[in-house]
Ligand binder design. Structure first.
Ligand code: PGA
Length: 259
């Protein structure tokens, strides 16, 4: 795992966006895996800026989102489809038919999940997967004890996740308790992974992900098995890393990295 440590969230977002630009320049028809949550907002704002000011082109880009709440129609203000439209898709020249967010209202979840996996394969697999990390170490909605080989499926959310996400809903009872999520196995098949984390409340799960044992109790730790995973974190999120000095030293020795 490559660990990139920046002073501020803004710098973290810019560094992650530089990797995104590098991938899109090399492959204009790249397939992106995308995440929701507060963390990638800075990255998405930077992608929108690069489109506006530098002409970064998304015409041939295809996207797959990690997850969606079950029970929320795409048009619901808290659906992840709405989140993506508002925070990224409306601001870039992506073609709507090339964007995929799991359906929260399908009548047949099992068939839908199989179709989603199939669709990813049909377009050649995910070139760059964007991830955040939940305070319980989840990636996507792969809560603790999820199989590290799991595929896209229906998942029951853990209580800390419901509490974390309650801030977006009027009442805690309104937070859906089920979601469709890509599995850990699905995520590990992406050719390259970019994970962003910021803030002291992520320090523990970040340390577990990078330096802890590979365990289903912190599903992000499965990324230790990925050959091409870059983690972008700010100082507070890096504060519990034992090998901090080593990561900073490695970073200083890589002046030609795109970030
Ligand atoms: P956050 O969520 O970016 O809002 O902290 C991260 C996650 O749950 O993956």
């Amino acid at each position: 795992m490559e660990v990139v440590i920046k002073e501020t969230y803004e710098e973290v977002s810019k560094a992650a966006a530089a990797l995104m630009r590098h991938v899109l320049n090399a492959k204009p028809n790249a397939v992106l895996g995308l995440a929701t949550g507060s963390t990638p907002l800075g990255l998405y704002a930077e992608m929108a800026r690069m489109h506006r000011e530098e002409g970064l082109d998304f015409t041939h880009v295809t996207t797959f989102n990690l997850d969606e709440y079950v029970g929320l129609p795409a048009s619901h203000p808290q659906s992840y489809r709405t989140f993506m439209e508002k925070n990224l898709f409306q601001h870039i020249n992506i073609q709507h038919q090339n964007t995929h967010v799991p359906s929260g209202t399908t009548g047949n979840y099992r068939a839908f999940c199989e179709w989603y996996e199939q669709r990813i394969k049909e377009v050649g697999g995910i070139d760059l997967q964007v991830l955040g990390i939940g305070s319980d170490g989840h990636i996507g909605f792969n809560e603790p004890t999820s199989s590290l080989n799991s595929r896209t499926r229906l998942k029951t959310l853990a209580e800390p996740t419901i509490n974390d996400n309650a801030r977006f809903f009027d009442r805690r009872e309104d937070v859906p308790i089920y979601a469709i999520t890509m599995g850990v196995g699905t995520i590990l098949e992406a050719k390259q992974v970019l994970l962003v984390a910021n803030g002291a409340n992520k320090a523990e799960c970040v340390a577990g992900m990078i330096e802890g044992p590979i365990t289903a109790m912190n599903t992000a730790s499965a990324l230790q098995l990925h050959p091409r995973c870059t983690v972008f974190i700010d100082r507070p999120a890096a504060s519990k890393l034992k090998m901090l000095d080593y990561y900073l030293w490695v970073q200083a020795k890589k002046p030609h990295a795109p970030y």
